[in-house]
Ligand binder design. Structure first.
Ligand SMILES: Cc1cc2nc3c(=O)[nH]c(=O)nc-3n(C[C@H](O)[C@H](O)[C@H](O)COP(=O)(O)OP(=O)(O)OC[C@H]3O[C@@H](n4cnc5c(N)ncnc54)[C@H](O)[C@@H]3O)c2cc1C
Length: 387
């Protein structure tokens, strides 16, 4: 059997996504047709294990797909990643019960259903800060009742599985537990409230998900752990998520680079020569390529280190630290690369009729996805200083 070239398939789809991106960005609408294309081309099973009928794409393929999709539309790539990363994370750091993981896989392979973790809340902010969710689950006869409001629920218009973080209060003053529940969009008391109207990544459908007296059968409790117990999927989740984000912003910056290079070759102001001959333009384009190459190298290095994590010798930088480097540096490099591309294109880069200002907005949004810069830098400091 010939191996499928998933990156090439993604590049082909991204051409269509690029044509639709401006409209969805302007309206803040969800690109259902892009997800229908992804589903039709088999992408929903990309990272699902082979044992469950999936493609079990290695992390390098997943990253190549992310970059390719983001060249067409950053929003579609970021939203799609929320689904694909889940299977990679579970392959490398299983934490879900086997039956539930099998169900997520079956849904993705047979029906093209998507899943995402819905953890953030207005009061809590990023759960990685260690705070407690206000969303609370109470045990009732035969199940649970959940109340709360989640924010940033990416893919909300198209999700089958909302994997919702809630707290379960302890009896007699015991500390609460943290739990994830599987919620379906049509569960009574559950609803999506369309609040997502943001600066960047406007077509990700990252709306609020409200749970009001949402009654769930007992088996919807996915995982439960004590407040001080470590999350068994934390490292694998960080690897697939942070590197996927980095690949996504590389795709957005690469699209800006392509636009700027094509523009520089064609743009001929009154002087009669193209701007590609000007030293300032040439230097900016060279610096964009430097930033992009550095980003790709850091992401590839971190992905290799993640795959070889158990074999990394003492004294060498560990996989998680390399992932922190890749996330922080790639985000900053790609923001700078898009800024440089806008300077190449000049004043018209500000116009809504051109894609540059969308790249400018989209490339910065993942700054606010974990690991956030302060925390990633703290990992590096801790590794260096030993405390
Ligand atoms: C496009 C997009 C899509 C998203 N999709 C999802 C999704 O699908 N599911 C989901 O659950 N979430 C999602 N999120 C939310 C994201 O993961 C963060 O939880 C969210 O952005 C809140 O982060 P914050 O920086 O505002 O939070 P806060 O935690 O309020 O942080 C605010 C600031 O304080 C700093 N800070 C906070 N706590 C600490 C600490 N302990 N130590 C040091 N510094 C600290 C932070 O670094 C930051 O600078 C998405 C976010 C974006 C932008």
């Amino acid at each position: 059997m010939t191996a499928i070239d998933w990156a090439a398939k993604a590049r082909a789809l991204a051409v269509r996504f690029a044509e639709r991106a401006e409209g969805h960005d302007r309206d803040g609408s969800f690109p259902f047709e892009n997800f229908a294309d992804l589903r039709g081309a088999g992408f929903m099973r990309l990272t699902v294990p082979r044992a469950h009928g999936g493609e079990e794409a290695p992390i390098a393929t997943y990253l190549a797909v992310q970059e390719a999709l983001a060249r067409g539309d950053g929003s579609t790539a970021l939203a799609f990643m929320m689904h694909t990363k889940l299977f990679g994370q579970q392959r490398d750091g299983p934490s879900y019960p086997r039956e539930w993981f099998a169900e997520f896989c079956r849904g993705a392979v047979e029906n093209g259903w998507m899943a995402n973790t819905i953890a953030t809340e207005e009061g809590l902010g990023s759960p990685s800060g260690g705070g407690l969710p206000d969303t609370v689950a109470r045990a009732i006869e035969g199940g649970w009742v959940i109340d709360g409001r989640k924010t940033f629920a990416t893919l909300a218009p198209a999700l089958r599985f909302f994997i919702v973080l809630a707290r379960i209060d302890g009896a007699n003053g015991e500390p609460p537990d943290l739990a994830y529940f599987v919620v379906y969009p049509d569960d009574p008391g559950a609803r999506v409230v369309e609040t997502w109207d943001a600066l960047g990544m406007r077509a990700t459908g990252s709306h609020d998900f409200v749970l009001e007296g949402c009654r769930l059968p007992a088996e919807r409790l996915l995982t439960r752990r004590g407040l001080r117990e470590p999350d068994p999927k934390a490292e694998a989740g960080t690897a697939w998520f942070a590197l996927g984000l980095a690949a996504t912003v590389i795709g957005v910056a690469a699209a800006a680079r392509e636009y700027a290079v094509a523009f520089a070759k064609e743009r001929t102001p009154n002087s009669g020569r193209t701007i590609a001959g000007y030293a300032g333009v040439r230097e900016r384009i060279a610096r964009i390529d430097l930033l992009l190459q550095r980003s790709r190298a850091e992401v590839a290095d971190a992905a290799r280190a993640w795959e070889a994590r158990d074999a990394i010798a003492a004294g060498e930088m560990g996989a998680l630290e390399r992932i922190a480097v890749a996330k922080v540096d790639t985000l900053n490099s790609c923001i700078e690369a898009v800024d440089l591309a806008m300077r190449v294109v000049g004043g018209v880069s500000l116009r809504k009729s051109r894609p540059m200002e969308r790249y400018y907005r989209d490339v910065r949004a993942p700054l606010h996805n974990p690991p956030l810069e302060d925390r990633a830098l703290e990992w590096l400091a801790k590794a260096a200083l030993g405390s």
